[in-house]
Design a protein around this ligand. Structure first.
Ligand code: BG6
Length: 448
């Protein structure tokens, strides 16, 4: 891909995400020659920082000297403005001063979704919604709304200014190596794909455990909880890719069409199948932060069971599990096959399992049965693909991948509007039965 000049305008540009994820990604984009050195980063917030202060803030966010040099090469500006109150006047002028003709623009919104409509309106009223030459694209960090209604409202407000084509709803799980590999693993391996159905499979578990607590994000998290923070986006996105049928072509829109078909067919099982929980020290953290519980106890853990009412999947238990302050940081897809009911001598027969690791490894393991050469019984054996041995360590950061895709204009790794809406519908169903779901308090660092 030819190097592109891009102006990134970061709303929420002085926040934690910019430091942790975006700055390393910008360095990577320069390193890979995806953006040119004359690209610009403009941080926008109410803070009264100078350009120099912001530049230092960004350069300090990366550790390696090479990355610091890359960031130093970029043109870095800070724009003080309240985007809820006509605060963007002057931004266009600043951008034009930095850009050469034909420069592309990416607006990156990592503020609360509550500000998305006013930022979009402000962009429009200041004539910032498009440039004559080059592209203008807008990226929204999750969560995209807090329920079905707010998400639909956001869509309608955003579409008044930006066409769906230029809207990128970011979900960093879609750029995880394992998730990028899922369609290839399924569709290019008949050996595996032909076994993916209710004929052979008993259940599928999608596990995303975390060892850290909610930390400084408790203000946001207390109203959100694990279901809205993780399931609505990451887990349902991964599940829809895992279950989707083969599209007529592996093209972006066709893949989204297949994902939506799955999301529409997902059913939430009755309340007794699910479990919610909260880690023991959460309430203390909440009280310390001065946050009062208004409606409910916040779940920092959930285990939800769904069914997908398609011919292929109906009857397979789909278990989504995620939680904070558990014993480890771990992500995995576990496909549990049915036990084969053979008559005769079948001692030690184990049901097959396919394990697809998401984090920290990206290995794939098939557990199968073989004859134990030293006895008459069966033995469970592993066929293991160790990704790091084959390809070396994973060095491509998810945010660099995703920003690269925004620049390319490919939306395969982003959530489409109807996917987000369907996911919220599923979450609404769970929320409706919430009071009937068992709620536990678990020890910090426990296994569950
Ligand atoms: C974020 C959630 O989207 O994903 C966080 O808001 C969560 O609560 C994080 O910790 C997990 O991402 P990863 O890539 O570290 O598994």
């Amino acid at each position: 891909m030819e190097e592109k000049e891009v102006t990134f305008v970061l709303f929420g540009g002085s926040g934690d995400l910019t430091k942790r994820k975006l700055v390393p990604a910008f360095a990577r984009l320069v390193h890979e020659g995806i953006i040119s050195n004359n690209s610009t980063i403009i941080g926008v917030s109410r803070k009264k920082w100078s350009d120099e202060e912001y530049k230092r803030y960004l350069v300090d966010a990366v550790n390696e000297q090479r990355d610091k040099d890359y960031i130093n090469k970029l043109d870095i500006k800070f724009f003080t403005g309240d985007f809820t109150k006509n605060g963007l006047a002057g931004l266009n002028k600043l951008m034009l001063k930095c850009e050469t003709e034909g420069c592309n623009r990416i607006y990156y919104l990592s503020t609360s979704f509550k500000f998305f409509p006013s930022i979009v309106k402000e962009l429009k009223s200041n004539g910032l919604e498009k440039v004559k030459k080059g592209f203008t694209r807008i990226v929204f960090e999750k969560p995209f709304g807090s329920d079905l209604k707010s998400s639909e409202e956001l869509d309608s407000e955003i579409h008044k200014v930006f066409s769906e084509e230029s809207v990128f709803r970011l979900d960093h799980y879609l750029a995880k190596e394992t998730v990028q590999n899922l369609n290839i693993l399924k569709f290019n391996n008949p050996l595996f794909y032909s076994s993916l159905s209710n004929k052979f499979i008993d259940s599928i578990e999608l596990i995303v455990d975390e060892d850290l607590g909610v930390g400084e994000r408790i203000g946001f998290y207390n109203d959100t909880g694990a279901i809205k923070d993780m399931v609505q986006s990451h887990l349902l996105q991964v599940l829809s890719i895992l279950l989707m049928e083969m599209p007529s072509r592996l093209e972006t829109e066709k893949i989204h069409d297949e994902k939506v078909k799955i999301l529409k067919k997902l059913e939430v099982l009755k309340a007794e199948n699910h479990l919610l929980g909260q880690y023991r020290s959460y309430n203390e953290e909440r009280e310390k932060a001065g946050i009062v519980n208004l409606h409910r106890e916040t779940e920092t853990f959930c285990k939800l069971v769904l069914n997908c009412k398609t011919k292929r999947w109906n009857g397979v238990r789909l278990i989504l599990r995620t939680g904070k302050k558990l014993n480890r940081k771990y992500g995995q897809i576990k496909i549990n096959y049915k036990a084969v009911d053979l008559k005769g001598n079948v001692s030690n027969l184990m049901p097959n399992k396919a394990i697809i690791d998401i984090y920290p490894k990206q290995d794939i393991i098939f557990f199968m049965n073989t004859r134990d050469a030293n006895s008459d019984s069966l033995k469970e054996i592993k066929f293991q693909f160790t990704k790091e041995l084959e390809f070396g360590p994973n060095t491509r950061d998810e945010y660099a991948v995703l920003l690269g895709e925004v620049i390319k204009g490919d939306k395969m790794m982003f959530a489409r509007s109807d996917e987000v809406i369907e996911s919220w519908k599923i979450v609404e169903k769970i929320e409706k039965m919430r009071d009937k779901i068992k709620f536990i308090y678990y020890e910090d660092g426990s296994e569950l």
